[in-house]
Design a protein around this ligand. Structure first.
Ligand SMILES: [Mg+2]
Length: 287
């Protein structure tokens, strides 16, 4: 397989089975690449505390960390490392006023779904720049935060049974409309369980990190690959969270999906399947 100068990848479900699973396998596949100067960028919706127990830096040498980047919090934070310590080199954290608008938007989405369709949701407000609206309050993923095969169908059935005939697209449009009412340009995304509404996405992370790699090392998108387990479309034109790694800037890179799900993927995304094992095998093959 082609050798890449930089590899961007999702964490939960791509590099590790779950957030609480040991990170050792991922770490040992990453080390030799970092040692040789290949740039690795973890792109995850979660925050620093949830990656490899909250101190991923302890697994690597300072020299290896010089080649590691993290794009976290759904566009919120971009990290590099200086002398072994994580440093936020760019961020998209809203000020208090803007964050309040995001919260009000999400609460109004919740109320609209309750009043119009008697559709229950829960909201997680504590994220730095977005809220998570739980669309499947009766189903719990447990520790496995990645999308499972039957979840899509369950959600679609649940929406229909409440009279939400426009599916996820209707929820995305509703989010954008309610966002406008509060004066924000919302960037809603969804998978089969969560509608997430904020002002940035994984797109903001990959764009910022690629900019940085270009400035520092002249690395271009076509020298990069992008790996995830959530590219599949939930319905026409609405793709999973990892599809946001494909932006105007990154589009000439190579995109791979390790999930086994059938369904539409964005143009240019290749399904390799095989889950975490397939991704780690790819990393080992890059040495
Ligand atoms: Mg994932």
């Amino acid at each position: 397989m082609k050798k890449y100068k930089a590899i961007f990848f999702d964490w939960d479900g791509t590099a590790v089975m779950s957030r609480k699973a040991p990170a050792e396998d991922a770490v040992s596949a990453m080390k030799p690449l970092l040692e040789r100067g290949v740039k690795l960028a973890i792109i995850s919706g979660t925050t620093y505390e949830n990656i490899a127990g909250g101190n991923i830096e302890k697994y690597f040498t300072h020299k290896q960390l010089d080649n590691l980047y993290l794009g976290l919090g759904r566009g919120a934070y971009n990290y590099s490392f200086t002398e072994g310590a994580p440093v936020i080199f760019s961020h998209r954290i809203p000020d208090k006023e803007l964050l309040e608008k995001i919260h009000r938007t999400c609460f109004d989405i919740h109320m609209e779904l309750k009043n119009e369709y008697d559709f229950d949701t829960d909201i997680v407000f504590s994220r730095p720049n977005y809220c998570k609206i739980d669309l499947m309050v009766s189903s719990q993923r447990g520790d496995n935060l990645f999308m499972q095969a039957d979840e899509l169908e369950l959600l679609k059935r649940s929406l229909r049974s409440h009279g939400i005939t426009g599916g996820l697209g209707e929820l995305i449009r509703l989010s954008e409309e309610v966002g406008k009412m509060h004066g924000i340009d919302a960037a809603p995304t969804c998978d089969a369980k969560y509608l997430e509404v904020g002002i940035s996405s994984k797109s903001s992370n990959v764009d910022a990190i690629l900019d940085c790699l270009y400035k520092e090392k002249g690395i271009r998108a076509e020298e990069c690959s992008f790996w995830g387990d959530e590219y599949v479309g939930i319905e026409d034109g609405i793709y999973g969270s990892d599809s946001f790694m494909r932006t105007e800037k990154t589009a000439s890179g190579d995109f791979f999906d390790v999930s086994e799900l059938t369904g539409k993927r964005p143009a240019g995304v290749e399904r390799v399947g095989g889950g975490v094992d397939a991704f780690l095998e790819f990393l080992r093959g890059q040495v």
